[in-house]
Design a protein around this ligand. Structure first.
Ligand code: SAM
Length: 205
């Protein structure tokens, strides 16, 4: 895959580090032909990489911010794989912006802690509605867990997020699970990721 940044596109160094571990969790858990809705695609580099490595799925990138949509569009125009759909605007907290389902999976990387809790509640409501039965929601990011000591780097990150916006911050897995359960999303799996991140997998019942 050509990683040269095209004009108008943004890039994030973290994506180069986490995209392969994310792919390794998604690949065996996605069924061929699935439509995948990515919420909060940001620059669009995960969408480019994951769509290219999962040619059997249709990947729908989205974001709340138009600058992100422009970046995803620039990446897609320059080197997008054929199964990467045109990006659309989706605000997780605003159900009127969600596309129609059904989707086989919803993927959300690094949004839950960098947005107010209303975005996570909206994510659960939207995923609960657009996922087909057996469809999966994948959340990637750092989380707090009752039985696991939080890494010092994650505590510092939590503080820096709250300094930027008091409504942001690392979430407790228990709170995320409770919100998911209210929307018919059963907690299925916890996959440890590098740098003290997790993928939480939920399944639509
Ligand atoms: C830290 S970036 C992560 C981007 C990308 N997923 C990644 O990991 O590189 C957070 C993204 O969440 C998006 N975002 C924040 N609140 C949102 C909301 N309510 N609905 C959808 N996207 C949102 C931002 O626009 C931004 O692109």
């Amino acid at each position: 895959m050509n990683d040269a940044v095209p004009p108008g596109a943004r890039t994030s160094p973290a994506t180069a580090r986490n995209r392969q571990p994310i792919l390794e969790v998604l690949e065996p858990r996605l069924t061929g032909g699935a439509r995948v809705l990515e919420v909060a695609s940001g620059a669009g580099e995960h969408a480019m990489f994951l769509a290219a490595h999962l040619p059997g799925v249709i990947w729908q990138p989205t974001d709340r911010d138009w600058e992100a949509i422009a970046s995803i569009s620039a990446w897609r125009a320059a080197a997008g794989p054929p199964n990467l759909a045109t990006p659309v605007r989706l605000d997780a907290a605003d159900q009127s912006t969600w596309p129609k389902g059904p989707f086989g999976a919803v993927v959300c990387i690094n949004m839950v802690h960098i947005s107010p809790w209303a975005a996570t509640r909206g994510l659960m409501e939207g995923a609960g509605r657009v996922l087909k039965p057996g469809g999966k929601l994948f959340l990637y990011g750092p989380y707090l867990e009752a039985q696991v000591e939080t890494a010092a780097s994650n505590l510092a990150f939590d503080e820096s997020l709250k300094n930027r916006d008091p409504d942001w911050g690392l979430r407790h897995v228990a709170d995320v699970r409770a919100e998911a359960a209210r929307r018919g999303l059963r907690f299925a799996e916890r996959a440890p990721m590098p740098a003290n991140n997790l993928i939480l997998v939920f399944e639509k019942t």
